[in-house]
Design a binder for this molecule. Structure first.
Ligand SMILES: Nc1ncnc2c1ncn2[C@@H]1O[C@H](COP(=O)(O)OP(=O)(O)OP(=O)(O)O)[C@@H](O)[C@H]1O
Length: 526
């Protein structure tokens, strides 16, 4: 008989401490799930938790929330007096605190986007990747287990990045570094929400293989969306919804149920797509010409980059890149993790110190120090990215977050909004049935991404940058946002996204094949 490692028996879960009788508890609205949960994990079992409330369920498994009755959740393998969080690791990529990632280690805790690109200068306030993975910065007396570290770095394809400051890692590199850190700890249970989010197909396979291998010595539990592929090494599945746990057990016994769920999910999406309130969408998409600089006489050219180089500490990242973007074009910027996509786009938003370069022209005007300024440039740009998601203040309301799209250079609540701007924000809020007073940090991750997308488009920017904008959104929201993008005709759109379903239709692509050596490909999308 296998040993039980997590045992949950008929338990309710509360968000906060407080004394409740069972009846009061049910009334108080403090419950995480309406239904009680019964769930067991045995040693050696690897679970995928699938469904709309997977992130909440993973937190329950990791020891978050208060069980009622108190002893209804237990970790039978734990020795007396051991805290669950010393032997259970929960990694959630999308649930960041302000300026910090969920594990407290964060994207360096920086609070403005340019900070990422300042780390290679003189201020070495950040952790190197090695110290980060081995948790050395705050425990400098610890000795590194070199074999373990080298194996992780090799297996996760992080070789060569050991001495790099973590702020200087690309998104995909940083995610892999966080997985390395979680594995280095050797905890008995490793729980990862959306382990493959934001990874290119090669990195997805790399991470899956590493987790498969790690599952031989510990239990691994991952959170997946209904339409995600379940890796082969996962042997157990639990399906969860807003009310709690629906069903769980051996994967092979639930294949049919999963298939039906997927089919039902796609049918629902199709139906919803058909009944999308197109009138409202059309209103959201009404063409405006609000740009100060827009000059339709220059052949509609919005961006021109003429042979630019970007170098970090002597190491080239982009070499001799030439690129032109015109009005009406939607570009998919392609390339593996770490290939330079975000760096390229940060040149446009002036978040990069090498952005003041006369090889970059916007609306036919070459950039010039003294002439180009951050505020005017960004007035024409709307953008959202994982970095923005990580630093956006959690205490802004939905209305303030979207309204902040009319502001440049800070994340303060908007002031002096005009009537038509207020109407536009409200129209978006109504269309997506959002609660305008709800705080950004209290939203589900999918809605956080949604309001950042709405913030990006609210002022009808001439240059719209969508960096992983739809990743971690639920499918219904993705479809609605894609429908908006289909009719978008207000300038150009530049899109980064690794998962095809999460990329709106584009007519052009720029592929960074080997950017440090000047290898690019430009073409039309099919
Ligand atoms: N501040 C920095 N200092 C040094 N190197 C950096 C810095 N910022 C980025 N890099 C490096 O530049 C390269 C390109 O990074 P970038 O974030 O542009 O890649 P990306 O294509 O957007 O990747 P991903 O798909 O993972 O988000 C990476 O190798 C990264 O490590």
């Amino acid at each position: 008989m296998s040993k039980r490692i997590i045992s949950i028996e008929n338990a309710f879960f509360k968000k906060a401490l407080g004394i409740h009788s069972q009846r009061n508890l049910l009334k108080s609205g403090e419950l995480v799930y309406k239904n009680p949960v019964t769930f067991h994990v045995n040693k050696g079992e690897n679970y995928a938790i699938i469904g709309s409330s997977k992130s909440i369920f993973l937190k329950i498994l990791a020891g978050h929330f208060i069980p009622h009755p108190l002893k209804a959740r237990a970790y039978p393998f734990l020795e007396h007096n051991t805290w669950p969080n010393s032997v259970i690791e929960l990694l959630q990529f999308t649930n960041n605190n302000y300026g910090k990632a969920a594990d407290g280690s964060g994207n360096g805790g920086f609070t403005h986007l340019g900070a990422r690109y300042e780390t290679f200068k003189d201020l070495e306030i950040d952790e190197k990747m090695t110290d980060f993975v081995c948790n050395l910065s705050y425990n400098s007396s610890h000795k590194i287990d070199k074999n373990k570290f080298n194996k992780l770095v090799t297996d996760l394809n992080l070789k060569g990045l050991e001495d790099k400051f973590i702020n200087g890692l690309s998104n995909g590199q940083f995610r892999r570094a966080r997985i390395a850190k979680a594995l280095y700890k050797d905890t008995k249970i490793l729980i990862i929400d959306d382990p493959f989010l934001g990874l290119d197909p090669t990195a997805t396979k790399t991470v899956s293989d590493v987790l498969a291998n790690a599952s031989k010595t510990r239990s691994i539990i991952i959170g997946l969306r209904i339409h995600d592929k379940v890796p082969e090494w996962i042997d157990h599945v639990a399906i969860v919804n807003e009310n709690g746990l629906d069903v769980y057990g051996l994967r092979e016994n639930l294949e049919n149920k999963l298939g039906r769920l997927l089919e039902q999910h796609f049918n629902e999406q199709n139906e919803k797509k058909q009944v999308l309130e197109l009138k409202k969408l059309t209103k959201l998409n009404k063409k405006t010409n609000n740009s100060r600089n827009f000059n339709p006489t220059n052949g509609g050219e919005i961006i021109e980059i003429d042979g630019i180089d970007v170098v970090y500490g002597g190491k080239p990242i982009l070499k001799n890149l030439t690129w032109k973007v015109h009005d009406g074009e939607k570009w998919h910027i392609r390339g593996n993790n770490g290939s330079g996509k975000t760096t390229l786009l940060s040149l446009l938003t002036l978040d990069h110190p090498q952005s003041w370069n006369n090889k970059i022209s916007i609306f036919g005007e070459p950039r010039k120090t003294g002439k180009t300024n951050y505020f005017d440039t960004n007035n024409d740009i709307g953008f959202t990215s994982p970095e923005l998601h990580a630093i956006f203040p959690r205490n802004r309301t939905v209305f303030e977050t979207i309204g902040n799209g009319f502001t440049v250079g800070n994340y303060l609540p908007p002031t002096n909004l005009k009537k038509d701007e207020i109407d536009k924000i409200n129209q978006m809020i109504n269309f997506f049935k959002l609660d305008p007073t709800k705080k950004f940090g209290e939203l589900q991750v999918s809605d956080q991404k949604l309001v950042l997308f709405l913030r990006a488009i609210v002022k009808d920017p001439k240059i719209l940058i969508l960096d992983e904008a739809f990743s971690a959104m639920n499918e219904e929201t993705i479809e609605k946002c894609k429908a908006i993008m289909e009719d978008w005709n207000k300038g150009c759109v530049l899109i980064i996204g690794h998962v095809e379903d999460e990329v709106p239709d584009c007519n052009k692509y720029l592929k960074l094949i080997d950017a440090p050596n000047g290898k690019y490909e430009v073409g039309n999308c099919n």
